[in-house]
Design a protein around this ligand. Sequence first.
Ligand code: FAD
Length: 338
Amino acid sequence: MPSKVDVNAWRGVWVFVEQYKGKPARVSFELLGKGRELADKLSVPLTALVLGENVGKLAEDAVASGADRVLLADAPKLSEYTTELYAKIIAEAALREKPEILLVGASPVGRDLAPTLSYRLSGGCTADCTSLDVDLDKRLLVSTRPAFGGNVMATIICPDHRPQMSTVRPGVMPLPEPDPARKGEIVKLPVDLSSVTPKVRVLESRLRESEGGNICEAEKVVGIGMGAGSKAGFDAIRELAKLLDAEVAGTRPAVEAGWISHDCQVGQTGKTIRPSLYVACGISGTVQHTAGMSGAKTIVAINKDPNADIFKFADYGIVGDAAKIVPKIIERLKSEKG
Ligand code: FAD
């Protein structure tokens, strides 16, 4: 890595728009919202990077969600994400155009792509951030992320290298409201991959079936805490989730007890979610849990302790035994559904 670069030669904010079979990762659009804010503060354009096959519509959606410009690489060879091809195209474009900031979602793909890019571009990458801002005087990206198992929040800057890169956890930033009338430039990137003999060939790709589906993308989530703790209690909560068309998530102790998989843990050391509805069943409401769900639009809490902290976050609180209340809600929902 060079000891320093001419940081003034790098300008602009870029966001990588991840997609799977044309469906964008929600986190990429959350980042377009944040990228727009940072670009406005720095008075520079916001550029979206869209790679894939038949992804022209995604480029238009990126403009509607805040991009001034889209760099579009559309080719059959890009239909599946592979590190080598995606990193080659993005790194070449970045070396040519020199963005000062490059944001990537902290998804499995993003966690693979971002460090590869940061190595190729000799930039600095802060992984798994929960908040981003800029220090305008120094034109520095200020990235915050939990450290030491979530016990402290670290603020990280990259003063001497460009681009400044961050991966950002899904769900921590709000989705921008798309404006279909927004205008932006869509620039086709040259896709010359003839010199690349990929070391990896994707033979087949399938979405992993996890117990909790994708809680970050879910509109409704039912959360399990230690107060819901019995086999009958879980069965009822799962039934409730099914009736609500919701995913099941929960607290760290619920994961440690083996009741739900780690994929479904919400909180500081789990996932951050922003569903329209979160139903917290037997959850006390510690800061480590609420850090991951307080952005939900409507929170319903069921807890037998009227002083439980979760009620400070809840829009609707039900004081009582979850084992009795959940079946009653199920009964009511069933009768309403006919
Ligand atoms: P408890 O705190 O035991 O609460 C159970 C609640 O259920 C109580 O409020 C009780 O009144 C209620 N209850 C009991 N019986 C009933 C009943 N029959 N009906 C209704 N209510 C009932 N936690 C996370 O969730 N996510 C994280 O990412 C996370 N990261 C952490 C990181 C660090 C570094 C540390 C130290 C901790 C972390 N934790 C995390 C753990 C966190 O501090 C809490 O211990 C945890 O969130 C509490 O889980 P809980 O609410 O399920 O259990």
